[in-house]
Design a protein around this ligand. Structure first.
Ligand code: PMP
Length: 397
């Protein structure tokens, strides 16, 4: 009955990650998967999360369903974190927010919702993209296209071309944008560039969908939300997906949020109802454990303050590793411009290494990087940077 179906090729990133675990190289380095590792190479359990979990374990509650839209205090905390506590869009009740199944779940619910609202619209996604963006929107029946984003020659943004292409889109087209820490390139718009882009989005009546999977990993929790807040200030109607996978290190608990910024409170009420209807027919209600833990950390002033420090610690470690890598590469291979390591931000860096160089890194040195040349920077630490930069110098010279 199902023989006609194509075999699923698997996710190339997960596949390479498995190959890494099978490799017996004594100094192997895993720079494939987008997970934050601490300096010891471990995925951290944040102390704020641990305290929230201990408190909850002491007072077990029945494991009932959460509402379709998720926990009310969770949703409020998402709004404050994403928009800033005092934002006038929140005070005006113009934002409809649900607790989502990670950032991916927020994108899926948002994609189904947009397709329902504008069945003929299509979405434009950065080139290159996080591959799942295309899959999620295609899966929701929304055709996908690319807009110019990254220039391999300069390892930076093709901003003018991006603007020119967005100016040509039909009204009510959807545009997927990363407010910070672009995956896979690490290249972001500056605040000035966002302020240039926003009027273009408004004039063309485009509907932005912001995907913020790494809030706090770029310049800071508030700084990374600049684009979100600037769009809300400008009165745009748009969507924001946010994820707690990285910044709370809660990957498998599947915690995120979807917010739709509307023109009025009435519109937001109607949108919330439609989001609930979308949730009901996909998974009915979000996971409770992660929801309670996230809500506890974000709503308890002491845990929140501790968490802000922990996010700063992760962000600073990434910046330190980037700087070290750049310095060591500059010393070992002066002719090679490795400044992109410090110019790009967040978890990822696009190296521009060729397939031959990537293969040599893997086969000669046990250094695993995905085929696009994207590095997940937190795979580096003080024990392996020197080894990694030696390996890079070897394949680049
Ligand atoms: N968007 C982007 C750009 C991502 O990199 C990721 C995580 N890899 C997600 C969304 C999904 O986040 P989550 O793991 O919370 O589903």
């Amino acid at each position: 009955m199902f023989e006609h179906l194509e075999k699923y090729a698997g996710d190339p990133i997960f596949g390479l990650n498995e190959a890494f675990h099978r490799d017996v190289h004594p100094q192997k380095v895993n720079l494939t998967i987008g997970l934050y590792y601490d300096n010891a190479g471990c995925i951290p359990v944040l102390s704020s999360v641990r305290t929230a979990e201990q408190r909850r374990a002491q007072e077990p509650e029945p494991r009932t369903y959460l509402p379709m839209e998720g926990l009310a205090p969770y949703r409020e905390a998402v709004q404050k974190l994403v928009f800033g506590a005092q934002h006038q869009a929140l005070q005006a009740g113009r934002v409809a927010t649900i607790q989502s199944v990670g950032g991916t779940g927020a994108l899926k619910v948002g994609a189904d919702f947009l397709h329902l609202a504008y069945p003929d619209s299509q979405i434009w996604i950065s080139d290159p993209a996080w591959d799942n963006h295309h899959s999620i929107f295609q899966g929701a029946g929304v055709p996908t296209h690319s807009y110019a984003y990254y220039d391999p020659a300069t390892k930076s943004l093709r901003f003018d071309q991006m603007l020119a292409e967005l100016r040509e889109l039909p009204p009510k087209s959807f545009v997927l944008l990363h407010p910070c820490c672009h995956n896979p390139t690490g290249v972001d718009l500056s605040p000035e560039q966002w302020l240039q882009l926003i009027p273009v989005l408004a004039e063309q009546e485009l509907i932005p969908f912001l995907d913020m999977a790494y809030q706090g990993f770029g310049a800071g929790l508030d700084e990374d939300a600049f684009a979100v807040r600037a769009m809300a200030d400008a009165g745009l109607v748009f969507l924001v997906a946010n994820s707690f996978s990285k910044n709370l290190s809660l990957y498998g608990e599947r915690c995120g949020g979807l917010s739709v910024v509307c023109a009025t409170r009435d519109e937001a009420d109607g949108v919330l109802g439609q989001l609930k209807a979308v949730v009901r027919r996909i998974y009915s209600s979000p996971p409770a454990h992660g929801g309670h833990i996230t809500s506890a950390v974000l709503n308890d002033p002491q845990l929140y303050a501790a968490w802000v420090q922990e996010v700063a610690g992760m962000r600073e470690r990434i910046a330190f590793v980037r700087k070290q890598t750049h310095e060591q590469l500059s010393a070992k291979l002066p002719s090679y411009d490795s400044s992109y390591f410090v110019k790009q931000t967040g978890m990822f860096t696009y190296t521009g290494l060729s397939s031959r160089q990537l293969l040599a890194l893997r086969e000669r040195h046990g250094v695993y990087i995905i085929d696009s040349g994207r590095i997940s920077v937190p795979g580096l630490n003080t024990r392996n940077i020197a080894y990694f930069t030696d390996a890079m110098a070897d394949v680049l010279s």
